[in-house]
Write a protein that binds this ligand. Structure first.
Ligand code: FAD
Length: 346
């Protein structure tokens, strides 16, 4: 049997899983549709600056995650403590005068230069193929056949492996199995189909001078239409002023398919009191359809034996399994690698 594992998704869970598999002596190939490994740890240029589009920071609660973060740091990943809590305000329209800047929570960690630096760190030494849109996952002989093509719609490519790890949003992963005519046992299909995500509209804006976001450079709003404002210059992501604005979930859902230019204009108008008169020099919108899991599965890795249990395992992982956010995704990746190397699977 082909012992290699094919991992769909080079976000945090897929990369952590592939590294753990390598550590356990199992080779993996990681495929991702985007031009760079990162998933929701994306950081991108906006005009002369840079901005984190997805995850803004992370916290550490579980000791296994603390251990992982320690390993990343000692391996050279530039993880720093941003602060011990953000400013908070009832709503974006209240302006900086309403901000409470008492921060006494746990450390909020970031990656100098942008959260995607963590993905780049984890991808080192792994077989990661980016720009590959996986289209179907099908059973073949004693293993799996994964087919896809380049983002530009180029020629079809096929990979074969003994086991498959799916880390894309669950609805997409189910679509890949369906496209490969792979039937899941009914109870498991039902459990996976009930998982849900909330969307988030994110706008990155480069400014002609620093904004008026209070210390420490991030503010959370108790109610919409904006949920978060982050200053990428103060955070150490951008060399020039650049702010990330995240719409609240309700607003994001109501405007999900609206024209991105109009979405940017609206969100920047809401954020105006916090920009302190700084003028936009460039903007960029990122629509996250699957930003945060709202209905999660309790276990960190979900093992499926399709076709009535005769096929080798497919494992599902990601932040919809076990725990949300950066920490949950990383722990899910670890759990998936363990499940994939369990001698009773395969
Ligand atoms: C706007 C926003 C703000 C956030 N803020 C925070 C925060 O401040 N703190 C925090 O801890 N967490 C935050 N999160 C959540 C955190 O980013 C995620 O929990 C975590 O990054 C998820 O990792 P993952 O591996 O589960 O999924 P993902 O990162 O989504 O990885 C899945 C990967 O699968 C790939 N993929 C999908 N379909 C295909 C296909 N057909 N073929 C090939 N590849 C495919 C995608 O390109 C993606 O790279 C935020 C997320 C968003 C979107």
């Amino acid at each position: 049997m082909n012992d290699r594992v094919l991992v769909v998704g080079a976000g945090l869970s897929g990369l952590v899983a592939a590294r753990e598999l390598a550590h356990r002596g199992v080779g993996a190939t990681v495929l991702d549709r985007e031009p760079r490994a990162a998933g929701r740890l994306a950081t991108r240029a906006v005009g002369p600056g840079r901005a984190d589009d997805g995850a803004q920071f992370f916290t550490v609660r579980d000791e296994r995650f603390a251990e992982l973060v320690g390993r990343w740091r000692s391996g050279g990943c530039p993880i720093t403590t941003w602060c011990h809590g953000f400013a908070s305000a009832p709503a974006v329209g209240d302006g900086p005068a309403a901000a409470d800047t008492t921060g006494d929570g746990p450390p909020r960690f970031v990656v100098a230069g942008g959260m995607d630096g963590l993905a780049a760190h984890l991808a080192q030494g792994l077989d990661v193929r980016t720009g590959v849109v996986v289209e179907a996952v099908a059973r073949e002989g004693h293993g799996w056949r994964v087919s896809g093509r380049g983002r530009d719609g180029g020629e079809k490519a096929v990979w074969r492996a003994g086991r498959v790890l799916l880390t894309a949003p669950v609805t997409r992963s189910l679509g890949l199995l369906a496209a490969g005519d792979t039937a899941l046992p009914a109870p498991q299909a039902v459990a996976l189909r009930r998982l849900r995500y909330a969307p988030c509209q994110s706008v990155a804006v480069a400014l002609d001078r620093p904004p008026a976001v209070p210390e420490p450079g991030g503010v959370q709003f108790a109610r919409g239409p904006v949920g978060w404002l982050g200053d990428n210059l103060r955070k150490g992501v951008s060399g020039t002023p650049a702010v990330t604005v995240h719409a609240a979930e309700d607003w994001s859902a109501a405007h999900l398919y609206h024209d991105p230019t109009g979405v940017a204009e609206k969100l920047l108008a809401f954020a105006a009191p916090w920009l302190g008169g700084a003028r936009p020099v460039a903007t960029r919108v990122r629509r996250w359809r699957h930003s945060r899991p709202t209905v999660r599965h309790p276990e960190r890795a979900f093992v499926v034996r399709p076709d009535g249990g005769v096929a080798p395992a497919v494992v599902f992982a990601g932040d919809a399994f076990g725990g949300a956010r950066v920490e949950g995704a990383a722990l899910s990746g670890l759990a998936a690698a363990r499940a994939l190397t369990d001698p009773v699977l395969g």
